[in-house]
Design a protein around this ligand. Structure first.
Ligand SMILES: [Zn+2]
Ligand SMILES: [Zn+2]
Length: 245
């Protein structure tokens, strides 16, 4: 009897919560004005102003001049090819996307995630993906932050592709914050930082992160995956920082 009663209470609570959520006006995550269908998480005005990358280098996801034929890599990637097969990011790391990513990471604004995922869903990936791997945070940093932003971005991607999201890679050492460091210092910081925890032979891994800055973190994880027997790594990030390259 008591069980039936608590089940009924749980069902009512769920119903009221759902009703509230559905009836509450949905608001744009960037400017907070109420949105109207077909707008979802971003209003039309903000959507038009988002710093989308129209033409990008498939090697480093940096914006390139639209006249460069599709699929051709930028001069930097031709001179020093990255270890992954391809990289994409829908946004430049510019306002308001940069502020939104920082708010998600440092102020737990996880309500941005559906809007971010809508954007990642539009990215065309080449080849079948076998597993989605988020770039790991060191355990202590994750405990302090309460979540890993790369994992939050990667989870719906894996669900959409119907492949597992695995924590194949572990971050061994708590690397100091990377922002503000040049590529050489970042590389020094990250030496031996990543370890693949399981057998990872074969397959195509989609590596997910929030921002590609110098690409050193992604380079470290990609190398660890390839060394462990993964056949191919592609990179998907929400934003590409261009100034810090
Ligand atoms: Zn808006
Ligand atoms: Zn490039």
């Amino acid at each position: 009897m008591r069980k039936a009663y608590s089940l009924a209470v749980a069902a009512c609570t769920w119903f009221v919560d759902t009703l509230e959520r559905e009836l509450a006006p949905k608001r744009c995550v960037y400017c907070n004005v109420p949105t109207r269908p077909p707008e979802r998480f971003v209003c039309e005005g903000c959507d038009a102003d988002l710093p989308r990358i129209d033409a990008a280098c498939p090697g480093c996801a940096s914006p390139v001049v639209a006249t460069l034929p599709a699929g051709v890599r930028c001069a930097k990637c031709q001179a020093a090819p990255p270890p992954w097969t391809m990289a994409s990011a829908p946004f430049e790391y510019e306002f308001p996307v940069d502020a939104a990513i920082k708010a998600m990471k440092f102020r737990r604004r996880l309500d941005y995630l559906p809007a971010f995922d809508d954007e990642l869903a539009r990215v065309e990936l080449t080849g079948d993906v076998d597993a989605v791997v988020p770039v790991p945070l060191h355990r202590w940093r994750q405990i302090r932050r309460g979540f890993n932003q790369a994992e939050e971005l990667a989870r719906p991607v894996a669900q959409r592709l119907r492949v597992p999201m695995t924590g194949l890679v572990r971050r061994n050492v708590a690397t100091p914050y990377q922002s503000g460091l040049d590529a050489v210092s970042r590389r020094r910081n990250l030496k031996g930082a990543f370890q693949v925890s399981k057998d990872a032979s074969g397959g195509h891994v989609l590596l997910v992160d929030d921002v590609i800055t110098t690409g050193e973190t992604l380079r470290g994880v990609t190398k660890a995956l390839l060394d462990a027997g993964v056949e191919r790594v592609s990179v998907l990030a929400l934003a590409r920082s261009v100034s810090n390259d």
